[in-house]
Design a protein around this ligand. Sequence first.
Ligand code: ZN
Length: 307
Amino acid sequence: MTTIQEGLTKDANVVLLTLDGVRYQEFFDKKIFTRYWNSYASKGIVIGDPDQKSKVKVSNLMVLSLPGYRSMHLGSRSFCYSNNCGNVKRQTVGEKVLEQLSLASEKVAIISSWSMVCKAGMQKESKLFNSCGDRPVESNGHDEINTQQAGDHPTKWSGRFDKYTFAHGIKYLEQKKPRFMHLSLLDSDEHAHDDNWKGYLNSLKAYDLYIDRLFKKLLELGEYGKRTTVIITTDHGRGKGKKWTGHTLSPAAAKIFMAFHGPDIPNKGSVSHKKKITHLHLRPLIELILGLKKIKGRHRLSDLVFE
Ligand SMILES: [Zn+2]
């Protein structure tokens, strides 16, 4: 009997793209994520569509950002009920990739607009490449973006504007061809907390463009791009109606979306499924795709994606 893993692409890569606090209501709106739904959605698997009776949720009771990012990187719940928890204290998915595949540290990267994402994806003494928050990316080829971002900081929140984070991420893909990269965007959540619907919508339209650019860049990168799986999701949704600005402890905001695209992912588009999927199911899938051994956690998502 062959296992799923034996049939998967060898020397695979994963890019995890997170869009902070984007509701499924907007993600599934073809007038907002137009490029994505026109050109890409059918070439992968998308879950979380209420019309498909697809249940996808965060796994933390607080429905907060940092606990959400921690569950993606740890594949398990952790004792973190605020956005101020320090670094995680167990090996994260990126750290395991570095260790098991004996890679140079630059082959696993976290590039994030929000500073705290690095605390979710790394223990204190972590070796993986990282640039979280409004600071330069210390790597060859990033000088021009570093100079631009140095003169252009968000004033309403602390972090780096997504346009720079995204530009760094694309540059990093080109230069270093990471095996695993978490590219994490934030503007959407900040505009929403600020009750700025227009700002929120503009961020989402930019994300739609970024997703298009990411797929085009992977095409340009030839064999590397062909072996790369892209996972798109969010750390939490948002409340309904007037409560759209917030998300903490909101059952409505616990509902999220996930999208998967890559050489081993069937072309099904938005699918229905019975079992509940959460952030905790992401890590086992990432490990499986990357060919890691001793995969912990439940394989529910892998069964759904590869069935
Ligand atoms: Zn968030």
